[in-house]
Design a protein around this ligand. Sequence first.
Ligand code: NDP
Length: 498
Amino acid sequence: MILTDEPLLRAPHLHLGGTWVRASGGGAREIRNPADGEVIAVVDEADPDDVARAIAAARAAFDAGDWPATPVAERAALLVRIAELLEAHRDDIARIETLDTGKTLRESHIDLDDVIAVFRYYAHLVAVDADRLVDTGDPAVLSRVVHEPVGVCALIAPWNYPLLQMSWKIAPALAAGCTVVAKPSEVTPLSTIALVRLIDRAGAPPGVVNLVQGAGAVAGAALTGSPDVDLISFTGGAATGADIARRAATHLTRVALELGGKNPHLVFADAERDSAVDAVLTGVFLHSGQVCSAGTRLIVQDRVADEFVAALADRAARIRVGPGTDPSSRTGPLVSEEHRAKVEAYVALGIAEGATLITGGKRPDDPRLAAGSYYLPTIFDHCHRGMRIVQEETFGPILTVERFGTEAEAIALGNDTAYGLAAGVRTADPARGERVVRALRHGTVWLNDFGCYTPAAEWGGFGRSGTGRELGPGGLAEYRETKHIWHNTAPAVGGWFD
Ligand code: NDP
């Protein structure tokens, strides 16, 4: 188990002002492995008083501590040390992520590599992203635009990519000189505990990174309702995001929201078939569809649609569903029984709405999987934009299929969503590809690829997929105030008023 000198499962799980403590009210929650329902940890659960103490610690570290004014090179060095410690504990933390979320070990290892890359990226960016001199035309005036940290940041992450999403927030926040209170999902807290342990070990000053655990409605609400928080960075569902934005408005607290998606994947008839089938399959069924950018809406040109959907169904039926720790599994269980019930309700809705179920639509028959929250890859054909199954985020292994005739129809369907997080386009015609990607109203658009990203490019959504951006320079800007300093080096009487 990770950090064997400090057993993860037994130690206190709240980190307040540099000290690991138990929840003051004695609250705790059982964490279950979705692959078999077994309890894998009992984690302390903060009450509002604990959250207030965490915010006070972050406030003190920001208002009276050294961190906001620590030279950029030292902040960057801390991020590099965190990356090195993550590398040293990569396998342990990947295993924890798999036990907690159900995803395959292969996916968890990829997540860990991406997490390490994001700490390294922001260590580099903050070191080179210097302040700016402005030429006012007056040689006596020294005019500079400088970056300063926003302040105390509340960081709230979801359960599907617990460590990755939290790292997209913590790395730029630390790089900018902010102090933070992090709250992972109550369902998947373990990898974030491990990360904060490593941040502590890397030498973050007390109070700079605080950690609370607990339910969104309790710990999350206390965090986002506080007037002492300067920025809330939230990743999660649209309804929760709207709720947080309303609460933040009371104190005019800044918010950055990374919300859900209902992401179209447009396949033109000229696209190379095998690679397109493969991309659509991976784009929707990876991590059993529990991905904000999953390509859940296949929009395929009518003259190849029947053949394409048949090939897709054949491959979907052969996806090996099983425990994430089994190397032969290609996708794991859903995160919980409760979440599987939501996915099952969407499948029932699709059938009731008249979509044609062509594969999946049920739990696996294998009795060895009976104790886990597994669900088979599911495809609905003959769907249309009026169906809720086409418009709402199901967050499970469900693909809907719509057909189009012309390029204009494909674009109209691709933009016919309240969300706007991500979209994919497959075509052999580069000119058409460029036209279509420019016409789609989504934060990320992949042309002849799907699901890829890099720490250096911004990530975020149009429409109801959120506000603000993570990753890239834009992701650092979220955690910075911009100040213009006008320094007159030769003050003289202006003489405006006689
Ligand atoms: P939720 O919105 O339910 O929860 C997200 C986080 O917010 C959790 O930590 C949750 O805590 C917390 N929370 C819940 N209620 C409140 C509240 N009232 N006040 C403050 N915090 C609260 O989303 P899920 O965890 O179910 O995650 C899935 C969603 O996240 C999907 O919609 C998905 O698309 C989106 N997502 C978006 C991404 C993006 O980059 N745009 C990336 C990944 C996911 P708890 O779990 O403890 O209740």
